[in-house]
Design a protein around this ligand. Structure first.
Ligand SMILES: [Zn+2]
Length: 273
């Protein structure tokens, strides 16, 4: 009896550490590693990534990435504040960088650290297309999908679930982190997001881009262009973790009116396309 009681208390403790509410879906999600551990790590990895890659500064494209990123970030802040989650982004340190690379890719690390590769710009084509990609990637970060992509089993082995291990200095954890966030030197080992995470990021991303003042149905056009690329000989890296599909495009088309209606609550009445 005594034994089972202490087990229950232990389990309860783990659940308190491990659960957080996704402010966009209201769903309880597993947050195996607290933000206080994840964010410093993400910021350090981001800094290293920038130092090892060619960051494009002062070009019109770099300016566009910054300006669209700022609008998406501000949309996220307004949406969260309006929905009772003021302060959710307190620890975020938004940054938006364009990196010279022919890779078709873009990502957002926890804490709002964004990279867009020049290789994706021909497919995003315009500001609204870029807003669709950045909205989607920011949505993954806001919903903590990366954390959930780390294997619970691996983290348990490290004792990370109990939240009392200094993960930032743990080489094994860094490996898990890099794989989950695609930061490893071998990009091929990056884990894909689950289909439900993709759907969630599409939906949240659409709302963000609409509040940012961009026509949400442009996202459907973007994924159609992605799909066209996918049929080539070497499918872009972005598509290995974000497969385009007709279901995805249909969902986006169906959600677009709802995203526009949501944006209107924030006084947005015209949408740039
Ligand atoms: Zn995604």
């Amino acid at each position: 009896m005594k034994f089972s009681k202490s087990i229950s208390i232990l389990l309860l403790g783990i659940l308190v550490v491990a659960c957080s509410t996704n402010p966009f879906t209201g769903k309880q999600t597993l947050a195996l590693v607290p933000n206080s551990q994840i964010l410093p790590m993400a910021f350090q990895q981001y800094k290293e990534f920038l130092s090892e890659n060619k960051v494009v500064k002062n070009s019109a494209d770099a300016q566009m990435v910054r300006s669209v990123g700022q609008k998406i970030a501000s949309a996220a802040e307004r949406y969260l504040t309006a929905n009772g989650y003021a302060g959710y982004l307190t620890d975020y340190r938004w940054e938006y960088n364009l990196v010279e690379s022919k890779d078709v890719n873009a990502w957002c690390m926890p804490g709002g650290k964004i990279v867009v590769y020049t290789g994706i710009l021909p497919i995003t084509k315009n500001e609204a297309g870029l807003a669709a990609v950045m909205g989607h990637e920011v949505a993954h970060a806001l919903a903590n999908h990366g954390q959930q992509r780390m294997s619970a089993g691996q983290l348990q082995q490290l004792g990370a679930v109990a939240g009392n291990v200094a993960l930032a200095n743990n080489a094994e954890y860094q490996q898990i982190f890099n794989t989950a966030y695609g930061m490893g030197s071998n990009v091929g080992i990056m884990l894909p997001f689950s289909r439900s995470h993709e759907t969630e990021a599409d939906h949240i991303g659409l709302i963000l881009m609409a509040i940012a003042g961009y026509e949400p149905s442009v996202a459907a056009e973007l994924w159609q262009r992605m799909q066209a690329q996918e049929n080539g000989n070497t499918p872009p890296e972005f598509l290995s973790t974000h497969p385009s599909s007709s279901t995805r495009i249909q969902n986006i088309q169906a959600w677009a009116p709802g995203a526009r209606a949501e944006a209107k609550k924030f006084g947005v009445t015209s949408f740039k396309r």
